[in-house]
Structures are given as structure tokens and as C-alpha cells.
Write a protein that binds this ligand. Structure first.
Ligand SMILES: Cc1ncc(COP(=O)(O)O)c(C=O)c1O
Length: 385
């Protein structure tokens, strides 16, 4: 039986070196970093070391990084933290219609609290337009939040240009970089970005750990209240093992970034070529941008079969992929991302997200294409009976 995991955009396997760092801390370093005794000081040293390491790798200062409980919490902290602080200046926020629900549902809540949200449209490749953004800005706009790369189709936004526009208009800019981390080089210093969200479990680190970059000098209202951790921006005992694991995962990822992304491009082209052979070029459509994409995410529609049926048939053959973001799959809801891209119904109904990473091989791609080919052949035969 095959066991091919092609859902790395949902979550990734822990890297063995990350697991070993975490295991050592969990079994030997159980102190609370806020305690002043030896065990506490030792935990604090590990925390500080991990923070320094992440900051060096992402090009920011240690006081600019807030460790959180994952990407969702980082997104919530950025949006609520800034909006509650700046509501006296204005109550308008700009985002895009293809953001992750961690942003969209947070915006729903902000709307209930009296904020006005503009959801920028995207073109058929999933990109926003800078002129739409410029037109949407008003004197009331306090924040722009646009994701780096999309989690369903992989399309990358013009982050540098958006940042420059936001800065020139004196508006804060938040970037959800949860899927981009590990796929493209990220330097907080070089991008004109004020806040940026990250998550450990997308880069072979543990689930339930993340970080929010907050540019130096920028105030942020906390969402969690309690102790004085994270410079009063996020109360709660730090997850020392998780944070150290996150730092190790980023270190490995930065070491191998170029070769990893080249390898993902190879996996992508292998899958596409094999599908051409096994399925036929006229029977699948690639969704997303043809050059501005995250190398580990490939979204394809097979109009002959609906996504749920194809995913189930693939699962029976040991191949795990998904029909969109993990939060919406299972609910049979059509992807809000593909809908916003204005794609025809048959493409929406039949889209599969393949996302690859640690452990995947070109043979996995060949095997996946072969199995999809066989499933589609079965359907074609049935229809011709
Ligand atoms: C773009 C994006 N933002 C935010 C999140 C949420 O991150 P987490 O699962 O760490 O809460 C995800 C997870 O799928 C994501 O893909």
C-alpha cells in the first residue's frame, strides 16, 4: 500500500533534528522561564537563545519577535492588536478576499466591532492589483493586511510594492507569511513590513507554536492578559520546547532553502509532466499564477470528477492531498479562494491541492499521476458503457 503525503500546506512532519531538540528539553528542562531559580534561569536561557536564533535567520531584533501559539494567533494579535490601538485615528482596514480564515474571520469580528473592512478582489491568477489597493485607501485606513503566498493556490502577492505604497501613505502593513516561510527567503529588515505572521508546523516544526514580527517602536495591544511574558504583548508561560523546536526548524530550513525550493519546482514539473502522460493535457487545469507562486503548492482541477470523489479514491490508494484549506475541506464548501478568482463552476468543484515537502520524491509524483490516471480511466469507461 502506498503512503504518499501531499498535504504539507496543511501540516508538515516534524524534522528528526527538531524532534530530538524538543525531546531533550521536554525531559530535562521543565522549568518555567519566569522563575528565578536555576531551572527557571535555564529555561529562560533556552528561550533567549531560540529568540536570538530566529531573529538572526529572519533579520529582525529580539524585541521585535513575539512567540505565539501559532499562525492563527499571530494573525489575530496583529489585527486586533493594531486596530484597538489605532481606532482613534481611523476604523478602516484593507485586506484581500483570498486570505486565510485566520484573517477573514478576525475581520468579521472587527466589522461587528464597528470597523469597516475592504476586501480587495483578485484576478483569475489570484493576485490583487496595486491600483485597486491605492484606490481603496482612505484617510481612515489604519492597516493593510495581505498574505505573502496563498495557502490554496500558492499565488505570491507583490509584497515589496504593497509595503512601499503603505509606507508612503503612513499606513501599517501586516503580512501573513505562514505559507511563505520555508518556501521563499524572508528578511523582515528588507521588506517594508510592520507585522508578519509565522507558524512552526508549516516548516517541519511543532504544531501550536508561531511568532509575530512587530517592527521596533510599534505599539501593540495584547490579546492575552496575565503575566508579563513577551514584553507584555502575549501573556502565558512560554512553550520552551516548542519554541526551541521552531528555532531549529527555521535553522534547517534556512540552511537548505535554495535546494529545497529547487527540489519543489522539480516535484511540480514531474507531477505536471506525469499527469500529461497519464491523464492527458486536455483533462486538467492548473489554478494560480504561472510564475509568481510558492514552489510547494500546486492546485489542479480535473473537471471530469468532483474533488471529494477524487480525494476519497486517492486516499483509498494511500495518497493524501486536499481540496483546499484544511479548515474548509470536509465541510463541502466551495473554496472562497477559487470563487474570488472568478473561475468557472466545474473548476471550483474539481480542484485538488497538492503540497509537497520533506520526504516526497519524484517517484511519489509519478505514482500519484498514475493513480489519478487509473481513477479517471475507470470513470471514462463507466461513462461509455
Ligand atoms: C496562510 C495561513 N495563515 C494562517 C494559518 C494558520 O496557522 P496555524 O495553523 O498555525 O494556526 C494557515 C494554516 O493553514 C495558513 O495557511
Amino acid at each position: 500500500m502506498n503512503s504518499i503525503y501531499l498535504d504539507h500546506a496543511a501540516s508538515t512532519p516534524i524534522h528528526p533534528e527538531v524532534a530530538s531538540v524538543m525531546m531533550k528539553i521536554m525531559t530535562e528542562q521543565y522549568g518555567n522561564a519566569s522563575s528565578v531559580h536555576t531551572f527557571g534561569r535555564s529555561a529562560k536561557r533556552i528561550l533567549n537563545g531560540a529568540r536570538d536564533q530566529v531573529c538572526t535567520l529572519l533579520a529582525c531584533y529580539p524585541d521585535e519577535l513575539v512567540f505565539t501559539g501559532g499562525g492563527t494567533e499571530s494573525d489575530n494579535l496583529a489585527l486586533f492588536g493594531v486596530s484597538s490601538l489605532l481606532s482613534h485615528k481611523g476604523k478602516h482596514i484593507i485586506t484581500s478576499s483570498i486570505e486565510h480564515h485566520a484573517i477573514l474571520h478576525t475581520c468579521d469580528q472587527l466589522e461587528r466591532e464597528g470597523f469597516k473592512i475592504t476586501y480587495l478582489p483578485v484576478d483569475t491568477t489570484g493576485r490583487i492589483s496595486l491600483s485597486d489597493l491605492e484606490e481603496a485607501i482612505t484617510d481612515e485606513t489604519i492597516l493593510i493586511s495581505i498574505m505573502y503566498g496563498n495557502n490554496e493556490v500558492g499565488t505570491v502577492q507583490p509584497i515589496k510594492e504593497i509595503g512601499e505604497l503603505a509606507r508612503s501613505r503612513g499606513i501599517l502593513f501586516h503580512v501573513d507569511a505562514v505559507q511563505a516561510l520555508g518556501a521563499v527567503p524572508i528578511s523582515c529588515k528588507e521588506l517594508a513590513v510592520d507585522l508578519m505572521s509565522f507558524s512552526a508546523h508549516k516548516v517541519n516544526g511543532p504544531q501550536g507554536v508561531g511568532a509575530l514580527y512587530v517592527r521596533r517602536g510599534l505599539q501593540l495591544n495584547a490579546r492575552l492578559h496575565g503575566g508579563l511574558q513577551e514584553k507584555k504583548r502575549r501573556a502565558g508561560t512560554e512553550n520552551i520546547a516548542g519554541i526551541a523546536g521552531f528555532a531549529k526548524a527555521i535553522e534547517i530550513m534556512c540552511d537548505q532553502l535554495k535546494e529545497r525550493s529547487d527540489y519543489y519546482v522539480l516535484l511540480r514539473s514531474t507531477l505536471l509532466e506525469a499527469l500529461e502522460r497519464e491523464v492527458g493535457r486536455d483533462f486538467f487545469i492548473v489554478n494560480g499564477h504561472s510564475s509568481e507562486f510558492l514552489p510547494h503548492i500546486l492546485n489542479i482541477s480535473f473537471p471530469e470528477i468532483d474533488s471529494e470523489t477524487l480525494l476519497m479514491s486517492m486516499d483509498m490508494e494511500g495518497i493524501s492531498a486536499s481540496s483546499g484549506s484544511a479548515c474548509t475541506s470536509g465541510s463541502l464548501e466551495l473554496s472562497h479562494v477559487l470563487k474570488a478568482m472568478n473561475l468557472p463552476e466545474e473548476i471550483l468543484n474539481s480542484a485538488i491541492r497538492f503540497s509537497y515537502g520533506l520526504g516526497n520524491t519524484t517517484e511519489d509524483m509519478e505514482c500519484t499521476a498514475r493513480i489519478i490516471g487509473t481513477i479517471l480511466q475507470r470513470i471514462r469507461k463507466r461513462e461509455h458503457r
